[in-house]
Ligand binder design. Structure first.
Ligand SMILES: Cc1cc2nc3c(=O)[nH]c(=O)nc-3n(C[C@H](O)[C@H](O)[C@H](O)COP(=O)(O)OP(=O)(O)OC[C@H]3O[C@@H](n4cnc5c(N)ncnc54)[C@H](O)[C@@H]3O)c2cc1C
Ligand code: SF4
Length: 510
């Protein structure tokens, strides 16, 4: 055999660069399911199921195209880890080289290199053309910059790819309509929302669901509502439905949250993108075209495109630039255990119950729920970033380390000391009250810092500012945050510290 072409679980595109030039007379494709990839973090059952189902569908698609595929299924013999299984496959096939597209995860890249090294099989890695910005291009852009700012990267990407541009200038005369993307739903709530399409499990997915229920009964999350796109056809339908029905209002309500409203106007395309069932270029083009045809306002198209062309590419660039150190980042030296309710949703804080509850039901929460509810709480409560990272990597159907870790360590927890955010994303209950109706159904009061009905977010927010006052007030980027803390009396500070201690002891026990 000339090439054994390894296709990883998040590389499910017919345009996978490792497949280019395949010669079926002397090459074979290899795909591997491994228990270790589901247990490396305590994965949500829907996360395991979406990967396995999408992989099995993709293998079937390749076979239909006439490609020879060796598929090692979860129940097959040969050890639990990807490394053991790959090692056996190499021993059996004896290829002249192992060929693959750049793995998306630092750990997996290292594991594969180690196996090849031990087996004496040369490894050939092709750049991942799924992304619009290569790792090298990002490193070149970042070189010499003291601080990395997504906004400047995004402008560069708009120019370079001619997206929403007119004669070298941004459409609408502005790069960014972020200020128009922050409306809550108002007192009446979101009203009738267009429901995203559900992709009823077919035979392959039903088999996978049964397998996951059988093999991973202790794992968190439910499979009852599983209806995610697992093929390219499903993913294209999901994209088209989003562009027609939800993109028009996506911009305005991007940050809004409401009880029993898990999806809002969001696209739910992250998993399909991360599995590579969709190409980001086609997603961006569809949104731009909808605006050019007058079907959606510019602030919606721009707000959405910014997420894909800006944030998604930027986050991936940062991941490869800062790994493996990012895994250990812990700017504040936080060491609290992750409270148990992160895995169960069983907490008296209504906002956390809602955000975690829908996460366990669907394997999904939108960006502001991740950043300003579960992430904000983890930062304010001083939970160890590594444990928070392992939770985020486990519980979402879109969770892949390159996307998850910079968002968790960099954006939500400020664990990398503000490498790409100007200040920590922290907020008290007042913000949550403004952006949602969660506080209405809660036993706490977002306005109270101390006392029996004090909102844990509010208490911990003031406690956090009090604790870090010296660091924040000494830095012009964060000095504004501590202005109100400076006005607190010594007695008020003492009461806040005591209330925070009580909260951490009672509701944050592991
Ligand atoms: C702590 C934390 C952990 C996260 N973990 C992941 C993860 O593991 N995988 C993941 O894909 N996203 C992650 N995100 C980013 C973001 O929350 C999700 O991409 C988004 O919620 C997915 O839902 P959606 O497809 O409906 O997104 P939409 O709101 O419809 O946004 C459109 C698309 O933009 C991209 N996008 C938006 N924001 C980001 C971002 N900050 N970083 C990267 N891509 C972005 C996604 O591909 C998304 O599908 C995380 C964010 C936080 C704060
Ligand atoms: S009062 Fe506090 S804990 Fe309760 S929902 Fe509001 S922000 Fe969350």
């Amino acid at each position: 055999m000339r090439n054994l072409i390894l296709i990883l679980g998040d590389q499910l595109s017919a345009d996978n660069p490792a497949l280019a030039g395949i010669d079926i007379a002397q090459d074979r494709v290899l795909m591997i399911e491994a228990v270790g990839e589901a247990t490396h973090v305590w994965s949500h059952r829907a996360r395991i199921a979406i990967f396995l189902s999408a992989m099995r569908h993709f293998a079937a698609q390749l076979r239909k195209l006439g490609l020879p595929v060796d598929y090692i299924a979860l129940e097959d013999d040969g050890g639990d880890s990807l490394q053991e299984r790959l090692s056996s496959a190499l021993a059996l096939a004896k290829p002249r080289r192992l060929l693959l597209c750049e793995p998306g995860e630092h750990r997996v890249a290292g594991d594969i290199a180690e196996v090849c090294n031990k087996a004496g099989v040369p490894l050939s890695i092709r750049p991942d053309t799924h992304f619009l910005c290569s790792r090298e291009d990002f490193a070149a852009w970042a070189k010499g910059r003291r601080e990395l700012r997504m906004e400047f990267f995004y402008r560069e990407m708009r120019r370079r790819n001619n997206v929403l541009m007119q004669d070298g200038k941004p459409e609408g005369g502005r790069w960014n309509f972020d200020a128009e993307n922050r409306a809550g739903f108002g007192k009446g709530g979101p009203g009738e929302l267009p429901q995203p399409p559900r992709f009823a499990p077919d035979t392959i997915t039903r088999e996978v669901i049964a397998l996951v229920e059988r093999r991973f009964p202790e794992h968190p999350g439910s499979l009852e509502h599983f209806a995610w796109p697992v093929t390219r056809e499903d993913a294209l339908q999901a994209l088209s439905d989003f562009i027609s029905h939800r993109l028009p209002r996506f911009g305005l309500h991007q940050d809004a949250m409401w009880s029993d409203t898990p999806f809002g106007w969001h696209s739910l395309l992250s998993a399909a993108l991360n599995l590579k069932l969709l190409d980001p270029r086609e997603v961006i083009a569809a949104a731009e075209q909808a605006w050019r045809e007058g079907a959606v306002p510019l602030e919606s198209a721009e707000g959405f495109i910014r997420q894909i062309l800006g944030w998604r590419e930027f986050i991936r660039g940062v991941y490869w630039l800062d790994m493996p150190g990012l895994l250990e980042a812990n700017h504040f030296g936080h060491d609290r255990q992750l409270p148990r309710f992160y895995w169960t949703g069983d907490t008296s804080m209504n906002c956390m119950r809602e955000a975690i509850g829908q996460t366990l039901r669907h394997g999904y929460a939108h960006h502001i729920q991740r950043l300003m509810i579960t992430g904000n709480f983890a930062l304010l409560a001083g939970i160890n970033p590594r444990l928070v990272h392992e939770w985020y990597l486990a519980v979402y159907v879109d969770a892949v380390e390159w996307a998850e870790l910079p968002n968790t360590a960099g954006m939500a927890l400020y664990a990398n000391g503000g490498r790409f955010t100007s200040k920590p994303y922290i907020a008290s209950g007042a913000y949550i009250s403004r952006m949602s109706n969660y506080c209405g159904g809660c036993r706490y009061d977002p306005k109270q810092k101390t006392g029996p009905r004090a909102c844990p977010f509010t208490t911990l927010y003031w406690n956090f500012l009090d604790r870090h006052e010296a660091e924040f007030s000494g830095n012009p980027r964060t000095a504004l945050m501590t202005r109100n803390v400076a006005r607190l009396t010594a007695a008020e500070r003492a009461a806040i510290r005591q209330a925070a201690g009580n909260i951490l002891e009672t509701i944050c026990s592991p």
